[in-house]
Write a protein that binds this ligand. Structure first.
Ligand code: SF4
Length: 413
């Protein structure tokens, strides 16, 4: 994959500027006013006082400050967490296969002493990562095999995945794209996008582009605007989707300026990666509301993870909480077999148990689609618990969510 280092300061061509200077200034002032009104949560205040005593409230609410002050090494992590025997400690620091980065905001959600805390387990490297299990691979979905030009994965007939950056504001330990996400800044860059844009232009069957990475919303505003405007200029691209974890790990990034850029490119959808109900903080609520208020349909994506969210009650709390944040649960993924992921993966039956525990027991909107992304590039395969119990003559026997059997007149032709 061609990657071009690009500094965050690099600007796209001037033709891509769509916001007037006046508008930018107005949004900037409004953002500042909003921030001045912000009352930080007691959790944030305590965290700032303990670890960043020099930081102001404005620093804390700046996404650039958050990125700059993220923990990027085991040594830095050990400032915030009492690392356990199973977690990688500074003395054991070895060449990680997966990069480390956690924003101060997300660090403030982690338990300093409890290594079993779900959010901590999803972000802090452990020794188990270095154990390769059966069937694991660095690119289990064979995305590179389905890549006709750099940064494009064209697997399904009418849509493509466009990997626009290898950078994330926080790196999940179970990341499917661990083979491409980088240890530090590695924006792919607008020049390197051109072959991908050209490919989309030349394929009229592509009506849907999923912009992902890495995390697209970590890019500077002008880059995002440039990219979306180029995609929107392609007549056959009907919808654009963005996949991101930013609202959950860096909610400060969802500024009014960003939202005003995004709202210009409807129909635009955003899928947000959530892991656990502990992520549903007031800051995240505000970020989701800003996006929803801009008319952007929000969906969620969650990876099923052993010891983190593999529990009906936890998953129900997450899905119901997302609806309150105006995010529609979309996909529950079986964890992909990336190298060193065995400690995260559950049996598929566990995923089915969770769907069984949600369907009928809570709002239908709160039930995501459970899928296995088939290793080798087979695409997403939906899985459902079996609710049929055979036939009785012309009747199909169906089992409801309470386990009661009902007869449906299902005449064969
Ligand atoms: S946010 Fe997505 S791309 Fe980034 S590390 Fe997590 S799973 Fe991987």
């Amino acid at each position: 994959m061609t990657k071009v280092e690009l500094s965050e300061e690099e600007e796209p061509p001037s033709t891509t500027r769509f916001i007037s200077e006046e508008e930018i200034l107005r949004e900037y002032i409004q953002d500042r006013l909003d921030r001045d009104k912000t009352n930080l949560s007691p959790r944030s205040i305590e965290f700032i006082q303990r670890y960043f005593p020099e930081a102001t409230e404005k620093d804390w609410t700046s996404w650039r400050w958050q990125l700059k002050n993220s923990a990027k090494t085991i040594g830095e992590l050990s400032r915030f967490l009492n690392l356990s025997d199973n977690e990688i400690r500074p003395a054991l620091e070895i060449n990680n296969t997966l990069p480390i980065r956690i924003t101060p905001y997300y660090l403030s959600l982690l338990d300093r002493d409890n290594a079993e805390q779900p959010l901590r387990k999803s972000m802090v490297p452990v020794i188990d990562e270095f154990v390769a299990g059966t069937g694991e691979a660095s690119d289990p979905l064979s995305e590179e095999h389905d890549s006709p030009v750099p940064n494009i994965v064209h697997r399904y007939p009418d849509r493509v995945l466009f990997l626009v950056t290898g950078f994330c504001s926080s790196y999940c330990r179970y990341c499917t794209r661990s083979h491409m996400v980088a240890k530090d800044k590695c924006h792919v860059g607008i020049k390197a996008w051109e072959p991908a844009l050209q490919y989309i232009r030349q394929h009229p069957e592509i009506r849907d582009v999923l912009v992902s990475g890495g995390d697209p919303l970590t890019m500077p505003d002008p880059h995002i605007e440039y990219l979306l405007s180029r995609l929107r200029a392609i007549e056959h691209v009907e919808i654009i989707r963005i996949g991101t974890k930013v609202p959950a790990v860096l909610p400060q990034r969802i500024t009014r300026t960003l939202v005003n850029i995004l709202r210009k490119f409807h129909p635009l959808f955003i899928s947000i990666h959530f892991t656990h109900p502990d992520e549903l903080t007031p800051e995240v609520k505000e970020a989701c509301e800003r996006l929803a208020n801009a008319g952007i349909p929000l969906g969620s994506q969650t990876v099923l993870l052993r010891g983190i969210n593999d529990d009906v009650a936890v998953m129900k709390k997450l899905m119901q909480g997302l609806l309150k944040f105006r995010v529609r649960p979309y996909y529950l993924y079986q964890c992909d077999p990336i190298l060193g992921s065995a400690h995260f993966r559950t049996p598929v039956e566990k995923g089915l148990d969770i769907i069984r525990g949600l369907r009928g027991h809570t709002t239908g909107y709160a039930v995501p689609q459970y899928v296995v992304d088939a290793p080798g590039g087979g695409g997403k395969i939906p899985l459902l618990p079996d609710y049929t119990e055979g036939r009785d003559g012309d009747f199909l026997l169906l089992k409801n969510y309470q386990g009661k059997i009902f007869r449906y007149p299902d005449f064969t032709e």
